[in-house]
Design a protein around this ligand. Structure first.
Ligand SMILES: C[S@@+](CC[C@H](N)C(=O)[O-])C[C@H]1O[C@@H](n2cnc3c(N)ncnc32)[C@H](O)[C@@H]1O
Length: 252
């Protein structure tokens, strides 16, 4: 069966988004520094391997898991320099049928959670792939993003921040056309589901905090990324940015 990203030019999406990409690289590097020793890494929904160069050197073996045949084939082409990669075509829901359970030291899932209808079943699947004490790096689109709260308040939705349910970020047309879901998740709810599925949250970063057309146009990239790096931790306490990175550990 064709996967949603088979008919989408995801590489083109990243054109003009160097700031967002670099912000994620900075966040991922900081998080990886907190993980002592890594044998097997699984990147779930790895796409074309955009972030693989950031983590691949840390693992003995890296499994690039991706449901889209088109993106998986691009990843194979892009990542020929690495000798420790294995490519598996699968979604998170069926990955444990294709790779051994309980073997991974680290699972990454970046920019995938917004497509998942059940975070709980996905996190349970991730848990089953990890060794006891294994690490889970999760990125999710943040429902409490500063700009989103501001917009909702302008529309009189004063309960927005306290409603734990995800926010469907698709346009009415996309919803009518049943395109792949795009859910912005509530950080508190994500934390609760992580806890329920056997994880303890160790760290959190707020990412792409200065994602703004004017800032990106007038502030040199190096300066913007230095600011981004300095503010990722402090701004995580107020869930400021559009994207949240979490480091969690499997505890049960
Ligand atoms: C926005 S892209 C992110 C790709 C990559 N992680 C990155 O950050 O560049 C979303 C990815 O999630 C994958 N995806 C969608 N549904 C998925 C699922 N149920 N399980 C695993 N991956 C999924 C898509 O095929 C796509 O590669």
């Amino acid at each position: 069966m064709a996967a949603a990203y088979d008919s989408y030019d995801y590489s083109a999406y990243w054109e003009g988004r160097d700031y967002e990409h670099n912000s994620e690289v900075v966040a991922l590097k900081k998080i990886l520094e907190k993980i002592p020793k890594i044998g097997t890494i699984i990147d779930i929904g790895a796409g074309f391997g955009r972030l693989t160069p950031v983590y691949a050197f840390r693992g003995k073996k890296v499994i690039i898991a991706e449901p889209s045949a088109k993106l998986l084939s691009l990843a194979r082409k892009n990542l020929t320099n690495y000798q420790n990669l294995e490519f598996v075509q699968a979604s998170v829901e069926i990955l444990s049928e294709k790779v051994p359970k309980g073997r991974a030291d680290l699972v990454l899932m970046v920019r995938v959670a917004h497509h998942l209808l059940s975070l709980e079943s996905a996190f349970r699947a991730v848990n089953s792939l990890l060794k006891p004490g294994g690490f889970f790096v999760l990125e999710f689109a943040n429902k409490l993003h500063f700009k989103a709260i501001f917009k909702e308040l302008l529309h009189g939705n004063i309960n927005y921040s306290s409603e734990l349910s995800p926010k469907d970020a698709r346009s009415p047309k996309s919803i009518r056309n049943h395109t792949i879901s795009f859910l912005n998740h509530h950080p508190k709810n994500v934390g609760l589901i992580l806890e329920k599925t056997g994880f303890k949250v160790l760290d959190k970063l707020s990412v792409s905090n200065f994602r703004n057309r004017i800032l990106k146009k007038y502030i040199p990239m190096e300066l913007l990324i230095s600011l981004e790096s300095a503010f990722q931790k402090p701004l995580s306490y107020i869930n400021f940015g559009p994207s949240i990175f979490v480091l969690a550990q499997k505890i049960s």
